[in-house]
Design a protein around this ligand. Structure first.
Ligand code: ADP
Ligand code: ZN
Length: 595
């Protein structure tokens, strides 16, 4: 079934075990990173077991594409959600009742209606799959109240096996899923969360927009990507800026009207090479496999969020980038948002710990990937540096920042713990600004003692001290710095401070990595382009996104291997029986033309 229908030669990771467990009627909880291959874990059992597999999925916008992709594979799939007319819904309900569906995708609010539950009670059900199961968690930003009521599935259909799937891996969320969905007896499968094809890169913010533009131009011209920003305004401004620079960028945030949002999402999904500039409202359930980069212009609140967002890059397994620009203002802003939130103390404590872990990732001088996997509790003792992140490729220098830290803390103390970075750094650099004159700070013993570092370097020192808790920000006093107990230890010389050196040199422009072209000869690259053009036509004719016809990685293999027969074509990963039937001859013809 794997090869015949889906076209793949081998299972990935633990897919086979999960499928075995589900087929034999056991409940499963699957934690697998984005792009790990969760869908197959319930699609194949749904086909193997008698009856229809019912998939609960929170994003109706994407059910359509998922179902279209399954139909392209010859699977009898349908969806039930509010986009259907009552006539269309009725036809699907009838098909379900007479056993003509292998898979049915349902929105949770629809599933929970008495009408739908009654309908299912009269149907033979192969399994229930609860996708994006972390939506039951009140801690996460994807919380969906209807998800909590999904425990009804267990109560009403105790004999039907259930599988819950998520890419959120932390223990708290996992326990919440088990408890709320009544999955106490489920077998738990935790896949490795490593995404080896993603290159992690966190740069110091200097002029973020310009840095982003340089990054896109140098590494991802004409390719699809996602840029995350914290606020709606910044989304709008950044999308407009990229547009002016000739990049096809579209905005997406919750403040836009639903139609504009849907249009942009659908263009991103269907067209080649669009950059989506978005708040974190965008992304859950996006299954576009050829997103080549995910960029963050603002610091995510947690490693879970960062990992989920960056995980949307490179689902097809080809090289992809996770790029982030981060600076002192990000730390100050997030700490302030947290302090000002109305949440209860327990929530704030959890949130603060998550932010600290995120800051630790930004400031680490070790391999980013090892740090990430460590956070998700993977035994990393055996894991060496990955060789595919910025700290591995271009190791940062560490320097003894004890004296610098003492100077900074002392300047903060002597100016009365009333000022933020700008003024304190002016004092260190000995600048006679209006404010320095007004407060008579030129007479302080710390005035002008810090000329060995630049403005930007001092910001780096401040950021690292705040990130590691050696310095605090007073949110009641407009973000003024204030000393903590830990600062005193530094001032007294009891606590040495080691800091990460900023990269002053402009990084040498890396050779543009055109993922799909890697290792193709000129003739093969020409064939690849022609196959893509053919695929675009086929996709338009079928009304589906291009990747639903065939993935980039599959086209690339075809261009490279240049199969001369249907059997040779069948051997390529991603080519199943239905694709051979529908497109085999067309593809062979294009290969033959080129050879
Ligand atoms: P997830 O839901 O975990 O994010 P998907 O189920 O969308 O991931 O799968 C990610 C990509 O990997 C899809 O393009 C899918 O077709 C592909 N894939 C899944 N399983 C395999 C496999 N065994 N071999 C090759 N490709 C696979
Ligand atoms: Zn690394």
């Amino acid at each position: 079934m794997l090869k015949d229908i889906f076209g793949y030669p081998a299972f990935r990771g633990r897919q086979a075990e999960i499928i075995d467990a589900l087929v034999s009627g056991r409940d499963c909880l699957v934690l697998m990173p984005t792009g790990g291959g969760k869908s197959l874990c319930y699609q194949i059992p749904a086909l193997l077991r008698e009856g229809t597999g019912v998939v609960v999925s929170p994003l109706i916008a994407l059910m359509q594409d998922q179902v279209a992709a399954l139909k392209e594979l010859g699977v009898r799939a349908a969806f039930l959600n509010s986009t259907l007319s009552s006539g269309e819904a009725l036809a699907i309900e009838r098909a379900l009742a007479v056993g003509e569906l292998d898979l049915l995708y349902v929105a949770p609010e629809r599933l929970l209606t008495p009408r739908c539950l009654d309908l299912l009670a009269r149907t033979r059900i192969a399994l229930f799959a609860v996708d994006e199961a972390h939506c039951v968690s009140q801690w996460g930003h994807d919380f969906r109240p209807e998800y909590i009521q999904l425990s009804v599935l267990h109560e009403r259909f105790p004999e039907v096996p259930r599988i819950a799937l998520t890419a959120t891996a932390d223990r708290v969320t996992r326990e919440e899923i088990v408890e709320r969905l009544k999955l106490g007896d489920a077998e738990i499968f935790i896949a490795s969360f490593d995404r080896p094809n993603i290159r992690y890169q966190i740069v110091e913010k200097a002029n973020a927009r310009k840095q982003l533009l340089d990054f896109i131009r140098a590494e991802h011209g004409g390719e699809a990507g996602i840029v995350y920003c914290l606020s709606r305004r910044k989304v709008e401004e950044t999308a407009a800026f990229l547009g002016e620079q000739g990049i096809r960028a579209l905005p997406y945030h919750a403040g836009m009207d639903a139609l504009a949002r849907e249009t942009n999402q659908s263009r991103f999904q269907r067209e080649d090479g669009i950059v989506m500039v978005a708040t974190i409202a965008f992304g859950m359930g996006i299954d576009k496999p050829d997103v080549r980069f995910v960029a963050h212009l603002d610091l995510p609140k947690s490693i879970e969020g960062y990992y989920q967002e960056t995980g949307r890059a490179g689902r097809d397994g080809l090289p992809a980038d996770a790029w982030m620009a981060y600076g002192l203002a990000d730390v100050v802003q997030l700490r302030r948002m947290m302090a000002e939130s109305e949440a209860d103390e327990q929530y704030k404590r959890v949130a603060a710990a998550k932010l600290d872990a995120m800051l630790g990732l930004c400031e680490t001088v070790r391999c980013r990937r090892v740090r990430l996997l460590d956070y998700f509790g993977e035994a990393t003792g055996s894991l060496g540096p990955c060789g595919n992140c910025d700290t591995c490729l271009d190791p940062p220098e560490v320097w003894d920042g004890t004296t610098a830290a003492q100077k900074l803390l002392s300047a903060i103390y002597r100016t009365g713990q009333r000022f933020g970075a700008g003024h304190v750094i002016d004092v260190l650099l000995g600048r006679a600004t209006d404010r320095v004159n007004q407060w008579r700070h030129a007479g302080l013993s710390t005035f002008g003692v810090g000329t060995e570092l630049s403005d930007q370097e001092w910001r780096g020192v401040a950021r690292q001290l705040v990130a590691s808790g050696l310095l605090a920000v007073d949110h009641d006093a407009y973000g003024a710095f204030k000393l903590t107990e830990a600062s005193r230890a530094v001032l007294k010389g009891e606590q040495p401070v080691s800091l990460r050196k900023q990269a002053p040199k402009a990084r040498p422009a890396k050779k543009k990595r055109l993922a799909a072209f890697d290792g193709l000869s000129a003739v093969e690259a020409g064939l690849y382009e022609r196959l893509r053009a053919w695929r675009a036509d086929a996709a338009r004719a079928h009304g589906v996104p291009a990747y639903v016809i065939l993935h980039d990685a599959t086209l690339r293999d075809i261009a490279h291997l240049r199969p001369g027969s249907l059997d040779a074509l069948r051997a390529i990963s991603g080519v199943g029986a239905r694709k051979i039937e529908a497109y085999g001859e067309q593809i062979l013809k294009r290969v033959a033309d080129e050879t």
